[in-house]
Every structure is written in C-alpha cells, then in structure tokens.
Ligand binder design. Structure first.
Ligand code: ARG
Length: 572
C-alpha cells in the first residue's frame, strides 16, 4: 500500500519483507530487511531475492544454511514458490494474483496510473530554455527546453505544480550597442525577415567598427542609459528586438511542442533590483572590493560574488538574486529548479550561497540541473553563421525522413504528415532524453529514426502495434477486474508495468527524464517479445486478460512518452 494510502498500489517488495520479518525479529529491523531485498536481473532467479551472506556473522552460520533455515520458518502462502539458491532466498510471486492486481489498477486508473501526491501541490518554478535576445538559440538552450519540459511533466506526475519560466537574456549593456548598430547600419525589413541573423550581423559590425571608432562605445553607453531610464525610443527598439527574437524562438518551441507559463526575462527584474541590493546591505553582506560591491563567500570555499560594478551597474547574478527573491515571494516554492548547462555549475553554487546568506527560505531547495553537450553528426548545432535555423533544419530533416519511412512501411496511412511530425520530432526529443543528462552525446539522425533499437520510433511503434491489436479485437470488452494471466511469456511485461510508479518517483528524485525513456524502452521490448511469442487474439479463457494487458501497455507507453514530451500516434 502506498505511504499515504491514496493509491492502492501493492508493494510486492513489502510482501517479501513482511514474510521475512517474523523469522528475524530479534536480529534485523523490518526496514533493514526491506532495504536488503533485491530484484534479480533474470526472472528464473525469482521476482525478488533476499541475500543472506551479510548475515553470516550475526547468525554464526554459513549463508546457505541461514537461507535454508529461514525458508523453513517463513509463511510461503502468498507466493508461488520460495526457493534457496546458494546464499539467496528467491521469491516467486503468485502470477495470477499479481497480474490481476496490476491489470485491475491500470485498467481503472488509465493514464493516472503512477500518479502520486508526494508533491502536495507545491509550486516548483523551473528556469528553462532561457536564450538570449538577438542571439542564436544554442544547443544548450535547446537541451534545457526539452529536459525542463519533461521534468515539468514528471513533477506534475509526482503531485507538484511546475511553473515553466523562460528567463530570457533580455537585458544588459549589449542592448546599447545593438541600438547604435541598428540605427547606423540596420534596416527594418531585414530584421523582420530574419531577425536573429541580422541582429547578430549588426552586433558583430559594431565590434569591428568600435576598434577604430571608440566613440561608438560612448554612444552605446548613452543608449543603454536611456533604455534604463525608460526613454521611449530606446524602449521601443529594445522591445521590438525582443519581440522579433521571440518570434524566431517560438518557431522552434512550436515544433517541439513546448510551451511556457511565464517569459520573465532578466529585464522583468529591473525594478526589483534596488530592494534586493538594499536587503544585501541591511544584512551586512555587501563588501567593497576595488570600488565594486561583492558578497564574500569564502566560508563556502567560493570566490566572492560580484554584485555591483564600480559604476553601479548590476550583473547577471544581481538579476538572478532578484529573480530568486521574486519567485520565493510569489510562489513559496517547494523547490527551485534551474535547467542550465554544466558550464554554469560554479555560478549556481555562488548564487545558492548568496541566497543562503540572505536567509532565503527556498535557497536550500535550489537545484541546478546541469547537462552535457550534444552534437549532431559531429557538428555543433549553433555555429552556422549565427543562425538558429540549423536546429529548425534538423527538425525538418527528421520529419522528412520519417515521412519517407512511413511512405514505405505504411503507404495507406491516412494522416501521414501529422504522423511524420510526431515521429520526426519525437525521434529527436527521445534521442536526447534517453541519455543521462550529464553525458555528452553525438546525435545521428538516421540512427534515432530507426524503428528498431533504443529509439523514440521504436517505442511509438510498439504502442501503435498494441493499438492495432485492440482495433482488431474491437468486439471484445477487455477484462478489468480479476483478469489473471498465467502465461509465463506475459510475465516480464506484467512486472514491467508494475514498475512504473516507482520509476516516476525515481525520475524526479534524480531529475532524470532518461529514467522514463529507458523504462519505456524496457516496456516496449518486453511487450514486443510477448507479442512475438503469444497468440494474443486466440479465443480462450485468458483472452480478455490478455487484451487488458495490451491496453495497459498501450496506456503506459503513451503516458511514458507524454512525460518526455513525445507524442504517440495510434497508427504509423
Ligand atoms: N541566458 C542565459 C544564458 O544563455 C541562461 C539563463 C539561465 N537562467 C538563469 N536564471 N541564470 O547563458
């Protein structure tokens, strides 16, 4: 039974622990027993195993003898079989009872299976994607988008309320330079046509020219000052650059199917900065260092955090402090998540330390969720003359390749274009998320689109196959309650289904969408094997139960993909 009893999920490991506990009442606590229980890789060694070799000292007996003695004493009635195998006791679950239990639950709960309320509705702001205005979106921003989006879904599944915030880099002295460059060399139509490419071009030109014409820097400083002071023209240009850039970013977000709850970029915190600086001062945390204001972090073994430059200008971290304070006040967060590349690891240690010094309530639950680099066919994604188009191209290529495959495999499929999109985009998202996030990956599009192997399309295809069986069996009502399956070929699939709720919790504990992706591959594999070995549609007594199993697999595969931000076509 679940801790708070809200979901009736049998904990089978607990069943094993309960059987063992009375036999060792004087030596091991129920908790210790529970922790020692293992899941053998191979089902022939049982569904659960209890190792006895660590108990030799306590019992002053050989492990094998301990195992033999314990088995003699324990109540075996709830299991199909309990066996001694060397220094292990192997427990075989009652397949009929277990399958009936799991299938009844998944049938009744549908996609809610695995939902828990651990988060008690707590707010969790997720800082994710967060590209910089007038600059190309980098691969890091994209990974952040995809990983953050999945973590948001996993949070919901664990009973939290995620708030996806795109912390746009939309403030800083570079906007003074950009305004000067635009006014001198820019052109409205060009910006509208291809905002990022052209804005980058102006910015680059500024840096070429200001070597010979240092007065440009003074102009840029003036424009940024105007912007800060709310000058109408400066604000109009800035806000236009921001809109045009966002339009370009949104094309990619749309294709990926990712949305945000807020777009509170750095500029949003301008009017919230002074209060934070005052607070730092009041708390005696600001120290002068060579004219600048810093927070000393030596007790954290970190370099001091530079909060205000000698000219009084704020920095990236100043805005991040204001952001954290704002989120703290607005959301009273249960956790504060930042999905940002691993190159900012040190920076987030500093940020957390400053917030801790300030006594911010949510500082202790601030988690930087870093990730490694990704390249596509050995190429970095963002390098091509500053264009963000490359990712767009990769997505389009992927969709086109998926379309070709579908045309070959299933030429009569009605909604080919829609499915090609789901498969092409899904392949990319899945190809990213199946890797532990800290790993650096090189991404080969053709590999990720294969219908075999550990790919998104493989999982999508397994699910479409399940749907196709259900369509063929449309005349049968799948059994819900009391659906028992004794077929040993089905056992791995049944057990894998039962693992889902634990995986949902694990994925959140590690902030690892890859836990879900790997699980979905495992379930798809088990199901494909079952499908190859069993006549699911044969007319016999177990048919309704088999159909309940197929339906459950389809539901959980779709739900796993949904948690990753990948769609599941019914046919492909
Ligand atoms: N705009 C930043 C960059 O591109 C990422 C922002 C991450 N979020 C934050 N709160 N610092 O590097």
């Amino acid at each position: 039974m679940d801790k708070d009893g809200s979901f009736v999920i049998m904990d089978y490991k607990q069943l094993v622990a309960d059987a063992l506990a009375p036999t060792m009442a004087d030596t091991l606590s129920a908790d210790d027993i529970y922790k020692k229980i293992e899941r053998p890789k191979d089902s022939s060694m049982g569904d659960y195993a209890f190792p006895t070799f660590t108990l030799a000292k306590t019992f002053r007996k050989a492990p094998q003898q301990i195992a033999t003695d314990l088995v003699e004493q324990l109540d075996q009635s709830k299991f199909e079989k309990v066996q001694v195998a060397g220094p292990y006791i192997n427990f075989f679950l009652d397949k009929a009872a277990f399958s009936a239990d799991i299938l009844a639950q998944v049938s009744a709960q549908g996609a809610d299976f695995g939902q828990n309320e651990n988060g008690k509705g707590g707010n969790v702001p997720i800082d994710m994607s967060s590209p910089n205005i007038a600059k190309p979106i980098s691969m890091g921003h994209l990974r952040s988008t995809v990983i953050g989006n999945s973590i948001a879904e996993i949070l919901k599944k664990n009973g939290y309320n995620p708030i996806k915030d795109n912390h746009l880099g939309d403030w800083g002295t570079q906007f003074g330079k950009l305004i000067v460059a635009y006014l001198k060399w820019g052109n409205e139509d060009d910006v509208k046509k291809d905002p990022i490419t052209n804005l980058v071009k102006y910015y680059v030109k500024f840096h070429q020219e200001d070597k010979e014409h240092p007065e440009l820097d003074d102009e840029a400083r003036e424009w940024f000052k105007k912007l800060e002071d709310g000058d109408a023209e400066a604000h109009r240009l800035w806000s236009w650059f921001r809109d045009e850039s966002l339009k370009a970013f949104n094309q990619i977000y749309d294709k990926l199917g990712v949305t945000f709850d807020t777009y509170n970029g750095e500029a949003f915190y301008n009017d919230k900065m002074q209060a934070v600086i005052d607070e730092l001062k009041e708390k005696g945390l600001l120290k002068e260092s060579q004219g600048a204001q810093v927070v000393d972090l030596s007790k954290y073994d970190l370099n001091p955090a530079l909060i205000l430059k000698s000219d009084g200008a704020s920095l990236y971290i100043t805005r991040d402090i204001a952001t954290a304070v704002y989120r703290d006040k607005t959301y009273h967060p249960a956790m504060n998540l930042y999905v940002v590349g691993s190159e900012q690891m040190y920076y987030f240690q500093q940020l957390k330390a400053v917030l801790t010094e300030m006594g911010l309530a949510s500082a202790k639950d601030l988690h930087h969720i870093p990730f490694g680099l990704i390249t596509v066919d050995g190429k970095k994604l963002s390098t091509r003359s500053g264009r963000i188009i490359l990712l767009d191209e990769v997505l389009d290529d992927s969709i086109a390749m998926a379309k070709k495959q579908i045309a070959e495999k299933n030429p009569d499929l009605p909604n080919k274009d829609e499915v090609a999109k789901q498969v092409g985009v899904g392949a990319i998202i899945f190809g990213d998320l199946k890797n532990e996030r800290m790993n650096s990956i090189d991404f080969n599009l053709a590999d990720q689109l294969k219908f075999e192997g550990e790919t998104g399309p493989y999982v999508q295809y397994a699910r479409a196959r399940a749907e196709s069986i259900l369509r063929k069996a449309a005349d049968v009502t799948p059994a819900g309650e009391n659906a028992t399956i004794n077929d040993p070929e089905a056992w791995e699939t049944v057990k894998t289904l039962a693992d889902f709720p634990a995986i949902v919790e694990e994925a959140l504990a590690d902030f690892e969408p890859s836990d879900i992706a790997k699980y979905s591959i495992r379930l798809a594999k088990a199901f494909n094997k079952y499908y190859a070995h069993s006549k699911i549609l044969a007319d016999d007594a177990e048919k309704p139960a088999r159909l309940a199993l197929v339906k459950s697999v389809s539901t959980i595969l779709k739900e796993s993909l949904r948690l990753l931000g990948v769609q599941a076509p019914d046919e492909m």
